[in-house]
Ligand binder design. Structure first.
Ligand code: SF4
Ligand code: SF4
Length: 210
């Protein structure tokens, strides 16, 4: 099973093609985290609706003293999936050669012949990959942030028409709850939740998959 060497190579970026690709709501959330941690962040929108997170050198959330990620618990899917990468052009999954563990175990990785095997070697990363695919193939994604805990009856009402992909209480920003919803309109969410309770609301239209 994959065991990160903690070499930090994946938090250092040599060029734009290495930079993480983000979903729109992740950009919004990183901007909030950036403000909280006092770091400047740069993003570039791609034609597909995704964003490129422009990082030169070490990621601004990387802490060289502890050699760890300061937003580990809420880092974007691209980081949670790593060393797995989604090959959009060939519609497949590849293991990044940038990862030292992958370099060492390349023979074993090349022999992976099924999804089950991939999930066995990269259990956590595979879950993140599935989450990404779920968002890409969903019918519109709405990311909502609430300043207060979302009541269970509100969630049940939302579930009648929408799919709640995730609903988490931020561990980094006190009192912030992040909800990722698919399959319904932002208007419906606003009606159910009440516009006063919504901190930000994004309706994504990713054009990658029709
Ligand atoms: S967010 Fe964390 S894991 Fe991702 S590149 Fe930055 S420091 Fe590394
Ligand atoms: S490059 Fe691979 S081994 Fe090194 S820190 Fe990143 S995931 Fe871990």
């Amino acid at each position: 099973m994959f065991k990160c060497d903690r070499c930090s190579d994946c938090c250092f970026f040599k060029g734009e093609d290495e930079d993480p690709v983000l979903l729109p709501h992740e950009v919004y959330y990183l901007k909030i985290l950036g403000k909280h941690f006092g770091v400047k962040l740069e993003f570039k929108q791609l034609e597909t609706g995704f964003y490129r997170w422009i990082i030169k050198g070490y990621c601004p959330f990387y802490d060289p003293e502890t050699r760890s990620c300061r937003i580990h618990v809420e880092k974007p899917l691209a980081c949670r999936m790593f060393p797995l990468l989604l090959d959009i052009v060939n519609v497949g999954v590849v293991a990044s050669s940038k990862c030292t563990w992958v370099g060492r175990c390349i023979g074993r990785i090349k022999n992976i012949s099924s999804e089950g095997e991939l999930a066995k070697i990269f259990p956590v990363e595979y879950e993140a990959l599935k989450e990404l695919l779920g968002v890409i193939y969903s019918n519109g994604v709405i990311a909502v942030a609430f300043r207060a805990k979302v009541a269970e009856d509100v969630l049940s009402k939302l579930r009648e028409k929408c799919e709640i992909t995730s609903c988490i209480e931020s561990k980094l920003l006190e009192g912030l709850h992040l909800v990722l919803i698919t399959g319904c309109s932002s208007k419906f969410v606003e009606e159910v939740v009440g516009s006063d309770n919504v901190e930000f609301l994004i309706e994504e239209k990713l054009v990658l998959v029709e």
